[in-house]
Ligand binder design. Structure first.
Ligand code: IYR
Length: 222
């Protein structure tokens, strides 16, 4: 096997402790402004921004750098309509029977139900697929590693990038969402991971009054 190649880290930036604090606070505040938005303006979004954000997501750390993800950007109204119809069918079954009482009670404060108008109203849907395995040029399977962790990290980075760029998002997880692969014509090695709705919030959007746990509840310092 060819010797692995290494290059200087180069682009790393080291900040003073003071600058680090300032940057950490500013970034924390920026992320605290993010809210999941369920009502969208129909205004289209600049695809250049979406492209940049997907490139950013694609820098995510991942198993053996095999980058086991694929992003499908949907702006075509006909395709969005198909996705909405299929998602609402699954969601109706979810809300009417699959979810069960405890899950429905937990969702109550969010005000969600089986109706998913945002799937048609929002200008852009980004379907994120995980590649459970790769395909070699001879058609044989290529093993992938830590696929869920890798795609989860990339999805988080995509949400962060879109938020930073000024777009709202909604992490939508119709369950099951096998229909996404069919509608979007994805290959057999790809599994739908989540559907990220993005666009501008519609005017006068209200969001659930919920809070995030404080640091001492989510972290332990030893
Ligand atoms: N997938 C359903 C239900 C749902 C589940 C969880 I957990 C949420 O945090 C929100 C919704 C839906 O999208 O409505």
């Amino acid at each position: 096997m060819k010797e692995p190649e290494f290059i200087p880290l180069g682009q790393y930036l080291r900040y003073s402790v003071e600058d680090m604090k300032e940057r950490a606070v500013a970034f924390r505040k920026e992320l605290q402004r993010r809210r999941t938005v369920r009502q969208y303006s129909p205004e289209s979004v600049p695809l250049d921004v979406i492209r940049e954000c997907i490139i950013a997501a694609g820098t995510a750390p991942n198993g053996a750098n095999l980058q086991p993800w694929h992003f499908v950007v949907v702006t075509d109204p006909d395709v969005k309509k198909k996705i909405r119809i299929a998602a609402e069918k699954e969601e109706t079954e979810f809300y009417e029977s699959r979810a069960g009482e405890e899950w429905l009670n937990d969702l109550y404060p969010l005000g969600t139900d089986q109706n998913k108008p945002f799937l048609e109203e929002a200008p852009c849907l980004i379907a994120i697929f995980s590649k459970s395995y790769g395909v070699n040029t001879d058609g044989s399977k290529k093993k992938h590693y830590y696929v869920k962790e890798s795609v989860g990290i990339a999805a988080g980075m995509l949400i962060t990038a879109l938020h930073h760029a000024g777009l709202a998002t909604l992490t939508h997880t119709p369950s099951p969402m096998g229909f996404l692969g069919n509608i979007l014509g994805r290959p057999a090695n790809e599994r739908p991971f989540l559907l990220l709705v993005t666009g501008y919030p519609s005017e006068d959007v209200h969001v659930p009054k919920i809070t995030k746990k404080p640091l001492n509840e989510i972290a332990t310092f030893l």
